[in-house]
Design a protein around this ligand. Structure first.
Ligand code: 5GP
Ligand code: MN
Length: 333
């Protein structure tokens, strides 16, 4: 990170600090925000974590989660915190549009310095301090690196360790996808010496769910999945009726997009989720094929080579047609 000494010096005084992350935060977004939060609280900083939207209830085990402000629930609180912030950490996103409507509030506070810590491709240039590495498994890995840069003798507390591990675990799909780096494994091994309990995180994340969620997944796979092995694509559709019928909660669709990839000839899996004003898209790919390019060029999105997202303002049927015609051209098979 350039100007690291300046950041260290800045943190020598007690500062008003805001940490924010992308809409509908995932394990890496929540884990990195709360790892940094716990570290800064330990330095006696005045820190507030703001999520632009709601976040999954199953992250409540993360230390400090109960302190996270959901902007949609408490806009006045988050507005005041952003207006008085001296330093704003932007974690796990590459473009301020990913934090709408907080982007406007941040732009209004011209006095605050912005620090970006992220691993997505093609970051926009909006931060004063930048720690960015697309080779990093997760933003949590980068937070671990940042804490070591700020204090070479730093040893994570159990709380920080649990948060960092959560982001590494979720962004590597439990150490199985291409993001699974040597650094991710080494850091995890070191976190075990800091009091990390892998079993307890596993219980909280994967063995703590609701029956409705499992039945929803079964229904989605048996009724709402389109498999087109001829063009190498599998699509799962979640419409609002299903969301209502199964009482879908934030985070319940996490991981669902990966299922079609278990089929040999499916190279790209796509999840279409009908939301109030748009269709949210999730893409996953096998091997070298970049869904980041597909999302950037066609769906106002981006992310990583093998895991990206975007949006569509078309109907569900039109969006499916658009996806199919894109992949008829791509000739994956
Ligand atoms: P997911 O499919 O899990 O929502 O997202 C996959 C990856 O793409 C994540 O790293 C996420 O941050 C990123 N991503 C998801 N949606 C968008 C989007 O609309 N724009 C950009 N730039 N990145 C996105
Ligand atoms: Mn991430």
């Amino acid at each position: 990170m350039e100007k690291l000494e300046e950041l260290s010096a800045f943190l020598e005084s007690r500062r008003n600090i805001v940490i924010t992350t992308h809409q509908k935060p995932d394990g890496d977004a929540m884990g990195s925000s709360l790892a940094l939060y716990n570290y800064l609280i330990g330095l006696n900083q005045n820190v507030i974590v703001i999520s632009p939207t709601e976040y999954p209830a199953y992250f409540s085990y993360l230390p400090g989660c109960d302190q996270v402000i959901n902007h949609l629930e408490k806009p006045e609180l988050s507005k005041a915190a952003i207006a008085s912030a001296e330093l704003i950490f932007c974690l796990d996103f590459n473009d301020l549009s990913r934090i709408e409507p907080l982007d406007q509030l941040i732009s209004n506070n011209t006095a605050a310095k912005i620090a970006l810590v992220d691993h997505h491709m093609h970051p926009k240039d909006f931060a004063y301090w930048v720690l960015h590495d697309t080779k990093s498994s997760s933003t949590c890995e980068l937070i671990y690196r940042l804490l070591g840069l700020l204090d070479s003798e730093y040893i994570p507390t159990k709380e920080v360790a649990e948060c960092i591990y959560t982001g590494i675990l979720t962004d590597t799909a439990s150490f199985s996808n291409g993001a699974t780096s040597k650094a991710a494994l080494l850091i995890t091994a070191r976190l075990l010496d800091c009091g990390l309990n892998i079993i307890s995180v596993q219980e909280q994340l994967n063995q703590n769910g609701r029956e409705e969620k499992l039945r929803f997944i079964g229904n989605a796979l048996s009724r709402n999945m389109i498999i087109r092995e001829d063009i190498g694509v599998g699509i799962i559709v979640i419409d609002r009726k299903d969301a209502y019928r199964y009482n879908l909660q934030t985070g319940d669709t996490e991981g669902l997009v990966n299922y079609p990839l278990s089929i040999q000839n499916v190279k790209v899996a796509i999840l279409l989720k009908q939301e109030a004003k748009m269709i949210k898209l999730s893409f996953r790919s096998k091997g070298e094929f970049s869904v980041e390019r597909i999302c950037r060029e066609n769906f106002e999105g981006g992310g990583h080579r093998n895991a990206s997202g975007g949006r569509s303002l078309l109907t569900v049927e039109q969006t499916i047609d658009k996806i199919i015609s894109i992949f008829e051209q791509e000739k994956l098979v």
